[in-house]
Design a protein around this ligand. Structure first.
Ligand SMILES: [Fe+2]
Ligand SMILES: [Fe+2]
Length: 330
């Protein structure tokens, strides 16, 4: 596996780190009906591991857990923070899959994306739609199971501000093409490279139910990555030069908005762990320092950026400067 900086990833960054392989459409060995998690994996159920002291989440993937002010908290409060990071990751996933990925995937599957797509591509889009719906289901299922068994309440989480921020970028850059902007959001997200899907299943200290669903998810996302990389090449080929320029200028902002850590739930979790407002801000400022965040964004977006380099997006007028200004180029 590739080396990467210590994680400052927000849950939305913590996606897949697989190398693209053959498309499921063209790979004769891939059979979605046999291999997709929704078709083949059992429901994952929490066992009695909480009593044995298994962890809710790998501590190294929680950027603030090592901060002196957090280390000084009682052990049960630190456990709660781990649980809440898990809840936040899974809650974000449950919303994101259905409200962002499936919004665009539905338009591809239904032939309404504005991009000419063959029947084979549309069938794969319907398969991905099923996958993502199932990812939402088991994400929420595990939040519910773990919260009930541990007695740690799930804090309220509103996904809408994140979605509004993401949509605003497309609305500004591509006001006449909202469907296209939504496709770009998904291409960006589905080609990100992050740590969690690989690292969580390998950490034997973490609850088996958590490791199992993350492993199941990683398996599906491997071929989603391939699908959306190929889909973007087709999308790009079908645009005129004026539209290409607009797309190229908006992609860096989409990447950054997608990967900027969402600090609202972090602040809420730290407050409920017992830190006063000033200390919450100190932890957030230290754990999410600009340079660390920028390094994390650059690392997580490197496959996406490579795709945009290979397809010529970065060569469009003004695009190179926009990618550089967003800190996305090495
Ligand atoms: Fe997914
Ligand atoms: Fe996906």
């Amino acid at each position: 596996m590739r080396a990467r900086p210590r994680s400052t990833e927000s849950p939305q960054q913590q996606r897949d780190d697989r190398t693209p392989a053959e498309s499921p459409r063209t790979d004769p060995h891939h059979d979605w009906y046999l291999r997709a998690g929704v078709r083949s994996a059992p429901r994952r159920v929490l066992t009695d591991e909480l009593a044995a002291g298994q962890l809710f989440f790998p501590p190294a993937l929680v950027p603030y857990l090592d901060h002196p002010l957090v280390r000084a908290l009682p052990a049960d409060r630190r456990d709660e923070l781990l649980a809440r990071h898990l809840f936040q990751y899974l809650s974000f996933t449950a919303h994101f899959e259905t409200r962002v990925v499936n919004r665009a995937t539905d338009s591809i599957a239904g032939g309404r994306s504005g991009i000419g797509a063959s029947a084979a591509v549309r069938l794969d889009a319907y398969r991905i739609y099923c996958d993502e719906g199932y990812h939402s289901l088991y994400s929420f299922d595990v939040v519910d199971q773990v919260s009930r068994a541990s007695g740690i309440a799930v804090l309220p989480y509103d996904f809408t501000p994140f979605l509004r921020r993401l949509d605003a970028i497309g609305e500004q850059a591509l006001p006449d093409a909202p469907a296209l902007a939504q496709l770009l959001q998904v291409v960006v997200f589905e080609t990100l490279i992050t740590a969690i899907l690989n690292d969580v299943p390998r950490d034997g200290r973490v609850l088996t139910v958590v490791r199992d669903i993350v492993r199941d998810h990683a398996k599906d996302e491997g071929w989603h990555h391939v699908f959306f990389s190929r889909f973007f090449r087709e999308l790009w080929a079908q645009q005129d030069s004026e539209q290409r320029e607009r797309i190229a200028r908006c992609v860096p902002d989409l990447i950054r908005a997608s990967l900027l850590p969402d600090l609202r739930p972090v602040r809420t979790a730290l407050s409920s762990a017992g830190l006063v407002a000033g200390k919450v801000e100190e932890v957030v400022r230290d754990a999410y320092a600009q340079r660390r965040v920028d390094d994390g964004i650059r690392a997580a977006s490197r496959h996406s950026v490579r795709l945009f380099q290979e397809t010529g997006v970065v060569d469009a007028p003004g695009a190179h400067d926009a990618f550089a200004a967003a800190g996305l180029l090495p």
